[in-house]
Design a protein around this ligand. Structure first.
Ligand SMILES: Cc1ncc(COP(=O)(O)O)c(C=O)c1O
Length: 443
C-alpha cells in the first residue's frame, strides 16, 4: 500500500460561504476567473497540477541549463527509451507544442485524421493544418455509462467505414489516445491498440499514440496486478510510429512534454520545427531542470504502488459519489470523476447550462473548483451535461475526498433551487468560449 507524507506544507483555507458567493459573482460565474487562493480543493485539471516527489525536486537541482547538449536531455532520452522504447526524442514545452511539431510535419491540407476521441488541442492542431479530425469512439459519449470494459477503445469498423468513404489516400495518420480523456478517461485495451496498429499498417499511414496517460492506461490492462506493469506500459508502444506526450500528466511534472518517432527523416523534420517553434532540440522550450524532473516522473509513473494509489483514489471518489446518488460515469476512468449535471438538474434545459450550475454550486457550497464539459464548453452539440472533477496526482488525501462527497450531499439537497445561467459576454472563438465567458444567474 502506498501513501504520501507532506514535506512542504502549503496552508489552504476555506473562505466562508458569503465570501465564496461574492468571489463567484466577481468571477462572472466562471471559475477560470477565480484566484487559486480562493479555491479550497482544485479539481479543474490533472494537468501539471500534481505534487512532485522528493526525487524530482532533487533532480531539479541537478538540472543543467546549457543551451545545447544538457544532461537533462540525456536523462529524458534514457527514460523514454527505457519506458517507451523510442530513441528519437524531441522535448517540447507541453503536449500541444508536440502536437504542433508532429502534425505540422505529418499532415497536408485536406487530410483526414482518425482517433478514438480527439482531445480539443489535438483537434485544433489538426484543423490548423487544414486537415479534418474524425472521432471513432467505441462507445458514444451519451452511452458512457454502459456496462462494458475498455470504453475508451477505438472503433475500428467505424474507422474502416470512414476510410472507404474518403479513400485511403486522404488518411493522414491514425491516432490512439490512451487513456481516452475526452471519453471520461476510460481506458483502451491492449487488444484494441493492436487492432488499431493493424489498421494503420493496412492503410499504410503513421500510427500515433497520444500517451498523456499511458501509465494509467497500462494499469487498467494489468488486472489484479497480473503481468509486470512496466512491460505492459512499454508494450503499448511496440507498434507505434510516433508518440506525442504531455509530461504534465503521466510525466508527473508541472510542465513539459515530448514527441518521439521511429523514422529518422521525420525525426529530423521535427527537430527543425522544434528549433523554429519551441527552442533548440535539446531543451525544447523547457528549462534544463524541467527535463530532469520529467525524466524522473516518467519512471515514477510506472511504479505499481504509485499507480494503485492513483487509480484507487479516483475510483473511490467515483464509488462514493455513486453511493450518494450522484449520477457519475462508472466504472471510473484513470484521472477524474465525470458527473452528469443534466440528471441532477432535470428542470434545467441545455440552454441554461446545467453543467455550469453544478460547477458554481460546488464552489458556492464547498470551495471546490471543477470544469464544465457540456453545453457551455461544446456549443451546438448534444453531448451530456458533464462536469469533470480531475484529481491532481499525489496532491489530495482522503479528507479532501470526504469534503468533496459532503459538498455533493449539500449540492443535491439544494438542487431544485438552481435557476441556471445565461451568457452575458463570450469573447474569442466559440470553441474556446468556456475559458473566458461571463455569465449571470437567470432571473
Ligand atoms: C489527451 C490529451 N492530449 C493532449 C493534451 C495537451 O497537453 P498540454 O495541456 O500539455 O498541452 C491533453 C491535455 O489535457 C490531453 O489530455
Amino acid at each position: 500500500m502506498r501513501t504520501y507524507r507532506t514535506k512542504v506544507a502549503e496552508p489552504v483555507d476555506l473562505p466562508d460561504r458569503e465570501q465564496r458567493k461574492a468571489y463567484l459573482e466577481q468571477a462572472d460565474y466562471n471559475v477560470f476567473n477565480l484566484d487559486s487562493d480562493a479555491v479550497f480543493i482544485d479539481l479543474l485539471t490533472d494537468s501539471g497540477t500534481g505534487a512532485m516527489s522528493s526525487e524530482q525536486w532533487g533532480a531539479l537541482l541537478r538540472g543543467d541549463e546549457a543551451y545545447a547538449g544538457s544532461r537533462g536531455f540525456d536523462a529524458l532520452k534514457e527514460a523514454v527509451s527505457q519506458i517507451m522504447g523510442f530513441g528519437n526524442v524531441v522535448p517540447v514545452h507541453q503536449g500541444r507544442g508536440g502536437e504542433h511539431l508532429l502534425y505540422g510535419a505529418l499532415l497536408e491540407p485536406g487530410d483526414i485524421v482518425l482517433n478514438n476521441t480527439h482531445f480539443d488541442t489535438t483537434r485544433a492542431h489538426i484543423a490548423a493544418q487544414g486537415a479534418t479530425a474524425i472521432d471513432c469512439p467505441v462507445v458514444p459519449l451519451e452511452q458512457l455509462s454502459a456496462d462494458r470494459p475498455f470504453k475508451g477503445d477505438f472503433a475500428v469498423e467505424t474507422a474502416r467505414a470512414h476510410i472507404d468513404r474518403v479513400g485511403v489516400s486522404r488518411i493522414g495518420c491514425i491516432i490512439l489516445t490512451i487513456t481516452n480523456n475526452s471519453a471520461a478517461g476510460q481506458p483502451v485495451s491492449l487488444e484494441n491498440i493492436d487492432a488499431v496498429a493493424d489498421l494503420a499498417a493496412e492503410v499504410d499511414v503513421p500510427f500515433v499514440i497520444d500517451a498523456c496517460r499511458f501509465a494509467e492506461n497500462a494499469y487498467f490492462n494489468a488486472p489484479d496486478g497480473a503481468g509486470e506493469l512496466k512491460d505492459i506500459a512499454r508494450s503499448q508502444f511496440d507498434r507505434a510510429d510516433a508518440i506525442v506526450m504531455s509530461g504534465k500528466k503521466d510525466g508527473l511534472a508541472n510542465i513539459g512534454g515530448f514527441v518521439a518517432v521511429r523514422d529518422d527523416e521525420l525525426f529530423e523534420e521535427i527537430r527543425q520545427r522544434c528549433i523554429l517553434y519551441e527552442g533548440f532540440p535539446s531543451y525544447g522550450g523547457l528549462a534544463g531542470r524541467d527535463l530532469e524532473a520529467m525524466a524522473v516522473g516518467l519512471t515514477e509513473a510506472v511504479d505499481p504502488a504509485y499507480l494503485a494509489h492513483r487509480v484507487t483514489q479516483v475510483s473511490e471518489l467515483v464509488e462514493r459519489l455513486d453511493d450518494l446518488g450522484v449520477p457519475v460515469i462508472r466504472p471510473a476512468g484513470g484521472h477524474a470523476a465525470f458527473v452528469d449535471a443534466g440528471m441532477i438538474y432535470s428542470h434545467l434545459s441545455a440552454a441554461t447550462f446545467p453543467g455550469q450550475a453544478l460547477v458554481c454550486a460546488l464552489y458556492r457550497e464547498g470551495g471546490i473548483r471543477a470544469v464544465e464539459l457540456g453545453s457551455l464548453a461544446f456549443p451546438g452539440t448534444d453531448r451530456p451535461e458533464l462536469v469533470r472533477l480531475a484529481l491532481p496526482r499525489r496532491m489530495y488525501h482522503r479528507e479532501h475526498i470526504d469534503h468533496v462527497v459532503q459538498t455533493f450531499d449539500r449540492v443535491l439537497e439544494v438542487a431544485e433551487d438552481e435557476v441556471g445561467f445565461e451568457i452575458t459576454d463570450a469573447p474569442g472563438q466559440p470553441e474556446l468560449r468556456h475559458f473566458s465567458a461571463r455569465l449571470q444567474p437567470r432571473d
